[in-house]
Design a protein around this ligand. Structure first.
Ligand SMILES: Cc1cc2nc3c(=O)[nH]c(=O)nc-3n(C[C@H](O)[C@H](O)[C@H](O)COP(=O)(O)O)c2cc1C
Length: 198
């Protein structure tokens, strides 16, 4: 469920922070696509890799914050959890969005939907950050990026789930139109007077 914004954010003319964490690069592409849509909507953006050494994005400097993280072994990157937890109070005072990238999100069964919701809920509980908007995004199988052990593991898991097993190529399951739509709606939220306190 969407969270209310509990206080006014500073200034709709401040840039929007688009922060992300990625293991094999797919979530960075998603963050970049979100950033491109926000720019097209007339907003300035700063892109920040929260997994990078010395990453120190301060949400107080931004009119809105988008975070994208991928799921590995059932959880989002620890760097995102740490960062969100240390900025919970500031994040509550402006529009924020969270994109959870996983292969579970490529599946539209009730069980998969429950799993992606639970993973997002886990992040809320661990960090205390209650994003204004959330989206579960189907990720990618990047066989050509994986080391041998990961490739074997992912092929095995894919076979069990009826996903592609041709390791000579990569498979992108992301609904890019849905990502762009989500970004457009977030841009409107940042610009809207409705971003004032409820
Ligand atoms: C080693 C490994 C473990 C993964 N574990 C999960 C998982 O537990 N649940 C899930 O839904 N997807 C899982 N995935 C799929 C990733 O979330 C998906 O490939 C995503 O696109 C990765 O994004 P990234 O390249 O930005 O890290 C896993 C992928 C890898 C390579």
């Amino acid at each position: 469920m969407d969270a209310p914004i509990t206080a006014a954010h500073d200034d709709a003319r401040s840039p929007v922070l688009v922060a992300y964490a990625t293991k094999h690069g797919h979530t960075r592409l998603i963050a970049e696509r979100v950033g491109a849509v926000l720019r097209e909507s007339g907003l300035e953006i700063d892109l920040c890799d929260l997994g990078a050494r010395h990453a120190d994005a301060r949400p107080a400097a931004y009119s809105g914050v988008v975070v994208a993280a991928s799921v590995h072994a059932g959880r989002h990157q620890a760097s995102v959890e740490r960062w969100a937890k240390s900025h919970t109070n500031t994040l509550a005072t402006r529009p924020t969005a969270f994109l959870s990238v996983s292969l579970t999100a490529a599946d539209d069964t009730d069980e998969a939907l429950a799993t992606t919701s639970r993973m997002i809920e886990d992040l809320r509980e661990k960090t205390g950050w209650n994003p204004t908007r959330t989206l579960a995004v189907a990720g990618a199988l990047l066989y050509r990026e994986y080391d041998i052990a990961t490739r074997v593991l992912m092929r095995l898991i894919s076979r069990q789930h009826g996903a592609p097993t041709d390791v000579s190529r990569d498979f992108d399951f992301t609904d890019w139109a849905a990502v762009e739509q989500f970004a457009r709606e977030f841009a409107a939220l940042v610009a809207a007077p409705a971003a004032q306190p409820a």
